[in-house]
Design a protein around this ligand. Structure first.
Ligand code: AHG
Ligand code: MN
Ligand code: MN
Length: 334
């Protein structure tokens, strides 16, 4: 595909590569693109339309929802439901599986999403995004249950995120590499701007919330201590650090110039299994990272190999440049 080709065109071209394709996947992707354009519009308008700040409600994970968490969830859910290509939906902001109304036209896909990632950043005008993962509903199941969503990341049909930063960028994978498309506001179309993204294998940049340092397990402590020791330490190079507190922004930076991102399990959050959610944060990002030549692990294991046991399950996440994540894997398995 040529730089500047519209996302719509790319999706239809890809459909042509699949003999007998019904066009349902293309339609679903088109709905996701539409939802993200609408959310991008809200994010950019911000308090001009009074949508910053807390909604003063809590999601099932005990987090206070922002107004924009709820708006983004409603936009995404309604757009996909009306698009009729899904059998059921699940979101960070909905306690349980979202079942389509009885008699509603439906399709064969499941979509799991984080409608607004990094929403603690929204009021301070820092980058946020939408993350999504597409799975296939089991054949013959009309109204999928939570159990039907319990598929490992390796079963994802597609994954992506849309980042609402200085520009709005959609990053997608269907298992054949990773491409990025920038929203051209003048014509309302995403255009291919970042073809075949590959992550540099080596890096000198890490991202972790250092305020949790005293709670870390030994392998993470060792890794970060060695990074901080710089040229004089065992790694023999100076490292730089970044922490945006929006996973979309960290992953986008890593796809652009390499790096390693860690939200490990620590003694403070051990009981809940980690901070980030497996099905709509860790898995889609892991698929993108692996497709771009990087690695995504919990510490000892590959994220996408995990068989989920509940919708809002949390996992430790370490991802990014291959050689650096490999060092972390070695430390966890030594
Ligand atoms: P969300 O806004 O969807 O709840 O996700 C926030 C996540 C993730 O984007 C980010 O990496 C992490 O939480 C930040 O956590 P800390 O506030 O602990 O740094
Ligand atoms: Mn999130
Ligand atoms: Mn969120």
């Amino acid at each position: 595909m040529q730089i500047g080709t519209s996302l719509t065109h790319c999706l239809i071209e890809r459909q042509r590569d699949h003999e007998g394709a019904s066009g349902e996947f293309t339609l679903l992707m088109n709905d996701i693109v539409t939802a993200c354009k609408v959310i991008s519009g809200y994010v950019k308008k911000g308090n001009l339309i009074g949508i910053l700040g807390s909604a003063e409600t809590e999601n099932i994970q005990g987090e206070t929802q922002k107004k924009l968490d709820i708006i983004s969830n409603d936009v995404f859910t309604e757009t996909l439901m009306n698009g009729t290509q899904v059998a059921a939906l699940a979101s960070e902001e909905m306690d349980e599986v979202y079942h389509l109304p009885k008699g509603a036209k439906r399709g064969k896909y499941l979509c799991v999403y984080d409608p607004l990632d990094g929403s603690s950043n929204i009021d301070v005008n820092v980058t946020v995004g939408t993350i999504f993962s597409i799975l296939r509903a089991p054949a013959g199941v009309e109204d999928p249950s939570e159990e039907d969503f319990m598929l490992p990341g390796t079963e994802q049909v597609a994954a992506g995120y849309c980042i609402y930063g200085p520009s709005t960028i959609m990053v997608l994978t269907t298992g054949h590499g990773v491409n990025g498309f920038t929203l051209d506001m003048d014509i309302g179309e995403f255009k291919l701007t970042h073809p075949n993204i590959m992550i540099p294998e080596d890096t000198k940049e890490f991202a972790i919330n250092m305020s949790n340092q005293r709670f870390w397990d030994a392998p993470v402590k060792r890794y970060i201590d060695e990074c901080l020791a710089g040229k004089e330490g065992p790694r023999g190079k100076d490292f730089n650090m970044r922490w945006v507190a929006s996973m979309v922004a960290e992953v986008h930076r890593i796809l652009t110039r390499g790096g390693v991102f860690l939200y490990p399990v620590d003694s403070k959050i051990r009981a809940q299994g980690g901070k980030l959610r497996l099905m709509y944060e860790a898995n889609p990002m892991a698929m993108i990272i692996e497709q771009a030549g990087g690695m995504a692990i919990t510490g000892p294991e590959r994220i996408m190999a995990i068989k989920p046991h509940k919708l809002h399950q949390r996992v430790p996440v370490i991802l990014g440049s291959k050689n650096e994540v490999q060092v972390l894997h070695d430390y966890h398995t030594a």
